[in-house]
Design a protein around this ligand. Structure first.
Ligand code: NAP
Length: 372
C-alpha cells in the first residue's frame, strides 16, 4: 500500500453491527489494521451479546481473528453506545429497524443490507462510479430529520456487473443478459445446507435478479437536481448458487449502440480509474477492473482475491452473435461485494468531508490537499 497520499493524526473509532456474521468477520479483518479506522465497538444479536468476540463469531476466514479484537465483548445493537461512524453487516430484517434508529441517534451507518438501497434519498455507492451521489445525504437528513445518515453499498453481484458496465457507457450501453454463478458465502453462515449445494447448482436466489436490474440502473444513473435519474440500460439476469466458497462469477452478453472493437473494449475496461485511485484511498485497488488474457480465466479460486479482493477480474472478451459483445467477470462477494466495498465507501466519505476526522488526503493528480 502506498501511504503517502494521506496523513493521519488519529485513527477514527468505528463500530460494526452484525460483527459476528460472514460479512461482519470480513469487516473485522479489514479494519483491524486499517490506517484510518479503529474497530472500537462490535455489536450483534442477543445471541452474541456479552460474549467475547472469539466465542460469539463462528469464525470462517482462513486467518485467525485479529488478536486485538478476539477478546472484545460483543454489545447489543443499541444506538448511542458506539462511535459516530458505524459499519453494518446486519441481516436485512434486522437492518430495517436498527439502521434508521442509529441514523436518528446521529450515527453515520454504512451498510451492506438491502433494506434502504433503493430509497431515493439514500446513496447506493460504488466510489469509482458515483461518488457524487453522496450529495443525497443532505436530502436524506432533511427528509427524515436525522442528524446521522445511511449510505449503502450494492448487492454483491450487482457491484461486479456495474463495475464492468460503467467504463462501457461511453459506447452507448443498451442491454445486458447476465447469468451469475454465486458462491455459498453469499448466503451468510451457515447459509445453504450442504445437502442442497454439494455436487449441485441451484437456479434461484430470492430477489437477486430484480436487484441486479434496479440497483445497476440507480448506480449508473445521473444526479440531477438532488435526485438520481436511473440509467436506461435493460438487464435480464439469471442468478444461480454454485458449490464455490468465495467469488461470484458473471457471464454477460452486452448490447452497445456503437460497435467497438474488442481491443477498444479491453482498453476501456483496463484503463478505467476512479476517485479512489486518484486519491490513493487505502482500500483502492490499483485498477478497479483487470482484463485477463488466458482463455480459462477468471476463476474464483485463482482470481477472487486479486488486490486483496477489491478488483473485478474480466476475461473471455469476445463477440456475441446476438447482443454484440460477451465476457466473463468475477468479484469477491464478501470483500468487493460487501465489507471491502463499505470500507472504501467510508474512505471516500472521509476524503470528501462527509465524516469529521483528522485524516488529511492529498489528491495524487494535483498534489494538493483535497478540499472539503
Ligand atoms: P450472516 O452471516 O447471517 O450474519 C448476520 C449478522 O446479523 C450476524 O452478526 C447476526 O448476529 C446479526 N443479526 C441477525 N439478526 C439480528 C438482530 N435481530 N439484531 C442484531 N443483530 C442481528 O449474514 P452475512 O452474509 O454476513 O450478511 C450480512 C448482510 O450483508 C446481509 O444483509 C446480507 O444480505 C448482506 N450482504 C452479504 C453478502 C455476502 O456475500 N455474504 C454480500 C453483500 C451483502 P448473531 O451472530 O449474533 O446472530
Amino acid at each position: 500500500m502506498e501511504s503517502h497520499s494521506f496523513s493521519v493524526r488519529h485513527r477514527i473509532d468505528v463500530g460494526v453491527l452484525g460483527a459476528t456474521g460472514m460479512v461482519g468477520q470480513q469487516f473485522v479483518s479489514l479494519l483491524a489494521n486499517h490506517p484510518w479506522f479503529r474497530p472500537a465497538w462490535l455489536a450483534a444479536s442477543e445471541r452474541s451479546e456479552g460474549r467475547a468476540y472469539r466465542d460469539a463469531a463462528s469464525w470462517r476466514l482462513a486467518e485467525d481473528p485479529p488478536a486485538q479484537i478476539a477478546g472484545q465483548t460483543v454489545d447489543a445493537c443499541v444506538p448511542g453506545r458506539g462511535p459516530r461512524l458505524i459499519f453494518s453487516a446486519l441481516d436485512a430484517t434486522a437492518a430495517q429497524e436498527i439502521e434508521p434508529a442509529f441514523a436518528r441517534a446521529g450515527h453515520i451507518v454504512i451498510t451492506n443490507a438491502r433494506s434502504f438501497r433503493m430509497d431515493p434519498s439514500v446513496p447506493l455507492l460504488i466510489p469509482e462510479i458515483n461518488g457524487d451521489h453522496l450529495a443525497l445525504m443532505s436530502n436524506q437528513r432533511k427528509a427524515h430529520g436525522w442528524p446521522g445518515a445511511i449510505v449503502t453499498n450494492p448487492n454483491c453481484s450487482t457491484i461486479a456487473l456495474a463495475m464492468v458496465l460503467a467504463p462501457l457507457r461511453r459506447f452507448g450501453l443498451r442491454a445486458v443478459n447476465v447469468t451469475t454463478l454465486q458462491a455459498v458465502s453469499g448466503a451468510g453462515y451457515p447459509g445453504v445446507p450442504s445437502m442442497d449445494i454439494i455436487g449441485n447448482v441451484v437456479p434461484y436466489i430470492g430477489g437477486e435478479e430484480e436487484k441486479m436490474q434496479s440497483e445497476t440502473q440507480k448506480i449508473l444513473g445521473s444526479l440531477d437536481g438532488g435526485t438520481v435519474t436511473p440509467h436506461l440500460v435493460v438487464i435480464s439476469a439469471h442468478t444461480t448458487r454454485v458449490p464455490v466458497i468465495d467469488g461470484h462469477t458473471l457471464m454477460a452478453s452486452i448490447k452497445l449502440d456503437d460497435a467497438p472493437s474488442l481491443d477498444a473494449v479491453r482498453d476501456a475496461l483496463s484503463s478505467w480509474r476512479g476517485r479512489p485511485q486518484e486519491l490513493g484511498l487505502p482500500s483502492a485497488p490499483p485498477a478497479p477492473v483487470v482484463c485477463l488474457e488466458q482463455p480459462d480465466r477468471p476463476q474464483p479460486r485463482r482470481d477472487a482475491l486479486r488486490d486483496g479482493g477489491m478488483t473485478i477480474s474480466v476475461g473471455r472478451i469476445r463477440p456475441c452473435p446476438i447482443l454484440g459483445l460477451k465476457l466473463a467477470a468475477l468479484g469477491h462477494n464478501t470483500i468487493r461485494g460487501a465489507a471491502g466495498a463499505a470500507v472504501l465507501n467510508a474512505e471516500l466519505m472521509v476524503a470528501d468531508g462527509w465524516v469529521e476526522s483528522d485524516v488529511q488526503v492529498i489528491d495524487r493528480r494535483t498534489g494538493e490537499p483535497v478540499s472539503r
